[in-house]
Design a protein around this ligand. Structure first.
Ligand SMILES: [Zn+2]
Length: 265
């Protein structure tokens, strides 16, 4: 989803709220907005390119069951065809497009649910977030001055309490780089820092999905770089697994965005 920075062109940059959300922390994250734009654009294009695939009973039923699951009101495609007296299979392509256009608000609502779900899953994955925000930074760097795209660097603002709480719980109250406990229970000298995964100086944005928890020492060491750590605490012990995730190895797992790009090639 974020290999090509130009994918961010799909966002609605004519809407001033898109730019504003990069300057000041918004509950509707840029990750959610992007997931919505990418998913909806992919659906719109695929529907035009492969209408026969969407007419397959299995896929059409899956789409209708998603509407039902999320409680979005829309007549099933089969009912819509019956009401419009569509009987010939060759007329179904046009009917499918008409069904989506006639119920555009229902489709938009469905894609809002999809994008919230994508945000929920991807917010947990700092590996993905580093890659996502490095691509966004590249897009902003190359698109400065176009439409209402904000100029870099984006000014620092106070990180709201609701963002800090979400990050603290996601990162389990520990520095993502060295695993130091920052709860204050084990170390009263601990000092939690809320760090931009892609630093503002490197094209990062003020978005909840671009923040991570770090100790003072690691935050100062990282400075203006784009970096995170892909160590995740285990939810349960797997005795058969190799004992490789010791805290001594955490530093080695820290990967800068440059290394990440090199790894992708
Ligand atoms: Zn640390």
């Amino acid at each position: 989803m974020c290999a090509d920075p130009q994918l961010f062109d799909m966002l609605d940059w004519d809407d001033p709220r898109t730019s504003r959300s990069l300057l000041k922390f918004s509950p509707e994250s840029i990750l959610r907005k992007s997931a919505y734009a990418f998913l909806f654009e992919w659906f719109r294009r695929d529907l035009r390119k492969n209408p026969e695939a969407w007419l397959e009973t299995e896929r059409c039923n899956a789409l209708c069951s998603d509407f039902k699951f999320y409680g979005v009101a829309i007549p099933p495609f089969s009912t819509y065809c019956r009401c419009r007296h569509i009987q010939e299979p060759e007329d179904e392509d046009d009917a499918l497009e008409a069904w989506t256009l006639d119920h555009e608000s229902a489709f938009l609502e469905l894609f809002r649910y999809y994008s919230k779900e994508a945000e929920h899953i991807l917010f947990l994955n700092r590996h993905f977030l580093l890659s996502f925000h490095a691509s966004l930074a590249e897009f902003l760097r190359t698109s400065a001055g176009k439409k209402q795209i904000p100029a870099l660097p984006i000014p620092r603002v106070t990180i709201p309490r609701w963002v800090k709480r979400a990050i603290y719980f996601r990162d389990s109250g520990r520095c993502v780089f060295c695993n130091t406990d920052l709860s204050g229970l084990l170390d009263i000298e601990s000092d939690e820092h809320y760090d931009h995964i892609v630093a503002l100086a490197s094209g990062g944005v003020n978005d909840p999905t671009n923040i991570q928890l770090a100790c003072r020492r690691c935050n100062l060491k990282k400075y203006k770089k784009a970096a995170s750590n892909f160590f995740y605490p285990e939810w349960w012990k797997d005795k058969a697994a190799e004992p490789e995730r010791s805290s001594g190895r955490l530093e080695a797992r820290s990967v800068s965005s440059r290394a990440l790009v090199a790894r992708r090639r």
